[in-house]
Design a protein around this ligand. Structure first.
Ligand code: IPD
Ligand code: CA
Ligand code: CA
Ligand code: CA
Length: 256
């Protein structure tokens, strides 16, 4: 077994373990705090998952750097070497309000190259994992590239902020599609793309929202592109289009 496959197996086990911890924590009362507004919440589970994951990563890969959402990672200024990117609960609002449709996410970038990605849909117990060298998997099943359909034959997914504010004319693309979807978790949105349920996702994402899905989407031939003048930057927020190539072409004609 290659070094990468062995690491991948270890991380898959870690993801399932954090999933089980998360489900156990949901049987207790959540401690919920506001971060920047009532629309931006964090729970004790976001924080304890991040501490748990980061501690394991530090044992496993002591010289790597860690970028993570809730403040237990490193100050990372460049992508040299091995960088783990952690979102301990993606879709915290869904976690609190729906108690489903949230994910735990992790990615490994090596010298800036997307290498491994993990998205665990916790309540469905589905782990999406892999990368360019290992292929992309849903649990034990290898995924094939989704159908390359244009926007008129596709569902397109737009983040609520972009849709409501018509950022980069996203409403024009939304109107041209078969219909739209809004999931409230970047991770769940990425899983809908790689399984061919949606054809495109127009959104604004922080590093931990984008990094894992980007690894998996690119490995399956989907396009991950900025929709403004800034090049994709793994360490910053990005306005981004993730889509099968035909839908990406259609959307690029309609937006901006
Ligand atoms: C959020 C979710 C949401 C997306 C936001 C993210 P969080 O992540 O992925 O779908 O629209 O931009 O911040 O804060 O719940 O991890
Ligand atoms: Ca958050
Ligand atoms: Ca997130
Ligand atoms: Ca989060």
């Amino acid at each position: 077994m290659s070094e990468l496959s062995a690491l991948d197996e270890t991380i898959q086990n870690l993801m399932y373990e954090v999933g089980e911890r998360t489900k156990a924590a949901m049987t207790k009362k959540l401690q919920i705090d506001e971060k920047t507004s009532p629309h931006d919440l964090v729970t004790d589970v976001d924080k304890s998952n991040e501490q748990f994951i980061n501690q394991r990563l530090r044992q496993l890969d002591p010289t790597a750097k860690i970028v993570s959402e809730e403040g237990f990672g490193d100050q990372v200024h460049d992508l040299a070497g091995r960088v783990w990117i952690v979102d301990p609960i993606d879709g915290t609002m869904n976690f609190i309000m729906e108690r489903e449709n949230f994910a735990i996410m992790l990615a490994l970038y090596v010298d800036g190259q997307p290498t491994l990605g993990y998205i665990l849909d916790v309540m469905k117990n589905r782990l999406y994992h892999g990368g360019p060298a290992l292929g992309v998997w849903e649990n034990e099943t290898r995924l094939t590239p989704p159908l390359n359909r244009g926007i008129r034959d596709s569902l397109i997914d737009v983040s609520s902020y972009i849709l409501m504010n018509d950022i980069h004319h996203a409403q024009t693309a939304a109107r041209a599609a078969r219909s739209i979807r809004v999931f409230g978790s970047a991770g769940i949105s990425m899983t809908q793309l790689i399984t061919g349920r949606t054809g495109a996702y127009i959104t604004n994402l922080k590093p931990w929202d984008l990094a894992p899905g980007r690894v998996l989407c690119e490995a399956l031939g989907l396009v991950v592109k900025p929709i403004d003048d800034h090049p994709l930057d793994v360490l910053s927020s990005n306005f981004v289009l993730v889509a099968v190539p035909a839908a990406a072409n259609d959307i690029e004609q309609l937006i901006n």
